[in-house]
Write a protein that binds this ligand. Sequence first.
Ligand SMILES: [Zn+2]
Ligand SMILES: [Zn+2]
Length: 118
Amino acid sequence: MGDFIGRKPGKISGESNFKRVIEDFECGLCGTVVKGKGYTNHCPECLWSKHVDVNPGDRADDCEGLMKPKSSLYDRGGNFTIIHECLKCGRTKRVKAAENDNRELLSKLQKSGPLIIE
Ligand SMILES: [Zn+2]
Ligand SMILES: [Zn+2]
């Protein structure tokens, strides 16, 4: 499938014990160019991600499998959490949805379960 996220060297600014990596990437599924502003590791349009983190933002996992948005959760504060499943190693991860994530898809995931993009 090729490289899902073409990463450019990012800037790292030390902020307490949480690594904030600023980087832009292009989504290998839908081609959306995602402006990195730290934390974001998934495409705001199709919500697919790539398995590169052990903890959010650390880029410490070398799995690099594609992560499918399996479902989403909606909390009382009005925030979505996306549950990703890695197609390569099968691990699941939860990530907070970003403000600019595709709300329509997030709601669909919540109602209808797995989203399959052909
Ligand atoms: Zn995408
Ligand atoms: Zn994986």
